[in-house]
Structure formats: C-alpha cells, structure tokens
Design a protein around this ligand. Structure first.
Ligand code: SAM
Length: 425
C-alpha cells in the first residue's frame, strides 16, 4: 500500500486498521490472522490494540455506518472501495470511540491518497451535520450482517436473532476458569464450580492470582466440554485440537493424564505459555490428526473441532463477515473426517465429547446425528442439568446447545454445541 504523510500523528494506526479491514472483507481472513502483517509496522502495543479496536468496531457496526454513508452519496460507493473503508474508519472513531472529528478526518483523508479526498471529506461532513441535527444516529444495537441474521432467524427463530444483535452491542464479560474452587480474593459472579464472571471485564494480567496461574480466561460455555468428563483420577484423555490449551488446563487440574494434540505450532506456543504459568502438566504433540495416531485407545477423548466459529462472534466480529454457507459446508467436511478418524481412539465403555463454538446446526446437531448413523457402536450419554452451569439446561436429546439467548441477563455466553457420546462396544 502507498503510504503518504507518515508524519501525521496516528496515521500509521489507521493505515493498519484499513489493512485489517481489507484482509477480512476482501481476503476472508480473520482479524487474528491478519494482525501480524497489518500491524507489523506499529512498534507500540497500544497502537496495535487501537488498530484492532477500530477495525473490530467497523466490522460490528458496518451495516449502520454504511447506511449513513449511503444517505450522503448520490452514487453508491462499492462495498470494498477505499473511500468507503476510509469513511467507515472515520465514522466509527467519532460515533463509537469518541475520537474528535478533526482527528478522525485528518487521519482518514490520507487513506485515499491519490483518490477522491474531496468526496470523502464531503460525505463525512454531511454525515456529521446529520448527526448533529439529530437526523442521523446509530441504532441502539449493531446489526448482525444480513446473510447470517437470515440464517440464524431461520434456524433458531426471531428471539435468538434479536438477542444476538443485543449481545453484539455489549462488551463480553470476563469469564475465568480456576484450577480449584478457591477463587481467592476476587469478586465476581460464580455460575459454576471453578468459575467466576467479572462484569465489566478487567485487564486479566492485573488480577490477583494471575501470575501464580490460579486461573485462565475461558468463556463459560467453552468450559462445559471438559466439565462433562468429571474427575480424571489419573486416567488418560486425548485432548484433540488442544491449542491454546483452555480445556487441557481444565482436564489436567481435574486429575486427568492429558495428551494434547494440535497441528498449529504458533497456537501451541500459547499452549506452552499457559501450561507454564499454571504449572499444569500435559503431554504435548504438534501433529495433524489426519496423520498422527495414538498407541492405544483411551478412556476419554475430547474433540474440540475446528469450526466456523460463528458462536464467538461477540469477541470476533470478523467471523460474521468471513463465514457463509460455503465456508460452513467446508468445516462440516473437516469435522466429519476428524470424527471418523478419532472415534476408534475411544476404548469400549469410554467417552467421546464433541464440541464446536458454532451457531450452525450443520456443524453441531446434524453432524452428531449423521455420526451416530455411521457409528452404531456409539450412543448419546445424556448430560444432566446438575453437570451444567446455572441457567443452562441440556437439550431434549441430552446434548448442550448455547444460544445468544442463553444467560442473556447475566451477560450472555458463546454459542456452542456439545455432545457426550459413549462407546458401547
Ligand atoms: C476450537 S480450536 C481449539 C481450542 C482448544 N481446545 C482450547 O480449549 O483452548 C480448534 C483447534 O483445532 C486445531 N486443528 C485444526 N485442524 C487440525 C488437525 N487436522 N489436526 C490437529 N489440530 C487441528 C487448530 O489448530 C485449533 O487450534
């Protein structure tokens, strides 16, 4: 990208923000994937965080920002046109991040260097006049992008779609998982054993007990799959797709002898950092599950499968801009292959827990229904309400499904599907 006027304060951060948006909207990357390349030139972590925050807010509020931009242009700007990107960045800063107008526009105009700066300035000024007169304003909640909203309304009903819009507007709470039921001096809401919810979320590294490794950040719904195994008492479990290690830490602190496998070396570095800080033990394997295989079957297997990740849309607004029916169908194939390959690694009488942080039934309910048709030696081992956090109930089939309506009054949870299966023979 041509980078003009690098002496303008804050410009490099906005250039990183536009690169992030370009990566998500044009190349279908996630913000996390795009961060290293897009923010590589920023030396200060707070500038990187600001670039991420600007891009995340543009993605979250894009429908409303675009409606404002469209109300001020005679010819509609293309969705991925640079002037539209620059305007989204400027407007998100003023309307959501409370950046002064002059700072927002002075860093937005150089983003269209060599392009229609006057047009961008004109549209920005028109929108600002509309906002100041009260003719234009952001809606109460950001709107989930159309294709996803239609899909969720269709699959789960209008209440869930409305709750998803509401959940998207609020900062997600900070859920902590603890090694033991002793949460020390921390103050929060306890919704399950070894859990504490902090709202508003506080910087985790400053909390008492963090350095000592007493807890780690883990959404309450994400903590459910490991809870379903109970105490390990020294038995072996294969934690498949384990990085960055949230569930491995739960299992290790519940007394399981954990073998953790993941094929992503970078994510496994975070896994190692997590285990070091918490002083928990697990055998670590960096390998592709389609190649690796264990020496013998185990009492328990957790498959936390790669998925569309549409259930973690609150913290990752980018997923709803990258994921459509084609991507969901691709993930379904990968999950099906992983399930078929890893199911024989469960001993007869042993347990297989399958989990996805997805709000798509194809990856959850339908995936398990099809698995049970292919593998009649497995059956659902129904989850009971007393195994689950407060306010979360098992489904009619004995599985777990969390939705945007789940724990809405307590700050919501991620969208997950979880099934516990027993190998009968
Ligand atoms: C949902 S994340 C796992 C989160 C993790 N269980 C936790 O609780 O922290 C899915 C993981 O699957 C891994 N993965 C995807 N395909 C894989 C494969 N073929 N073999 C091994 N790991 C794979 C990814 O690298 C990613 O870390």
């Amino acid at each position: 990208m041509n980078e003009p006027n690098n002496k303008i304060p804050g410009l490099a951060t906005r250039q990183s923000a536009i690169r992030l948006l370009d990566a998500v909207c044009r190349r279908g990357e996630t913000l996390d994937q795009a961060m290293p390349a897009a923010t590589g030139k920023l030396s200060h972590p707070s500038d990187k965080a600001l670039a991420h925050n600007i891009a995340a807010n543009v993605l979250r509020w894009m429908t409303a920002l675009d409606a404002m931009i469209d109300s001020a242009t005679r010819n509609r700007l293309a969705d991925d046109a640079k002037p539209r990107m620059a305007l989204r960045i400027a407007l998100a800063q003023v309307l959501i991040l409370d950046t002064p107008q002059h700072a927002a526009i002075s860093t937005a105009l150089p983003l269209v260097h060599g392009g229609p700066r006057r047009l961008v300035h004109g549209v920005f000024s028109t929108v600002m006049r509309g906002v100041e007169s009260g003719a234009l304003k952001l809606p109460e909640y950001p709107e989930i992008p159309g294709e996803t909203l239609d899909r969720w309304t269709n699959n789960w009903g209008e209440d869930v779609a409305i709750a998803a819009n509401e959940a998207w507007a609020k900062p997600a709470p900070l859920d902590l998982s603890f090694q033991s039921d002793d949460v020390g001096s921390l103050d929060g809401v306890k919704l399950a054993p070894k859990h504490l919810r902090m709202l508003p979320a506080l910087p985790v590294t400053g909390l008492a007990g963090f350095d000592e490794g007493q807890f780690w950040v883990q959404d309450l719904a994400a903590s459910i799959p490991a809870r379903l195994f109970g105490e390990g008492e020294g038995r072996t479990i294969y934690d498949l797709c384990a990085a960055p290690g949230g569930k491995t830490m739960q299992l290790a602190s519940a007394g399981w002898k954990v073998v953790s496998v993941d094929n992503n070396a970078k994510r496994m570095e975070r896994f190692q950092d997590n285990l070091k800080r918490t002083n928990l033990q697990a055998e670590e394997v960096i390998a592709d599950l389609m190649q690796w295989e264990p020496v013998e079957p185990a009492d328990a297997v957790l498959l936390d499968a790669p998925c569309s990740a549409t259930g973690i849309y609150r913290r990752h607004p980018d997923v709803l801009h990258c994921i459509g029916s084609r991507q969901i169908a691709d993930r379904v194939e990968v999950q099906r292959a992983l399930l078929d390959r890893t199911a024989p690694w469960v001993k007869p009488g042993g347990i297989l827990v399958y989990a996805v942080c997805s709000l798509e039934p194809e990856e959850g309910e339908e995936q398990i229904e099809a698995f049970l048709e292919r593998h009649d030696q497995f059956a659902i081992d129904p989850v009971t309400a007393d195994e689950l956090p407060e306010h979360i109930l098992p489904t009619d089939t004995g599985c777990v499904r969390t939705l945007p309506t789940t724990l809405a009054e307590q700050g919501h949870v991620d969208g997950f599907f979880i099934a516990r299966l027993v190998r009968k023979i």
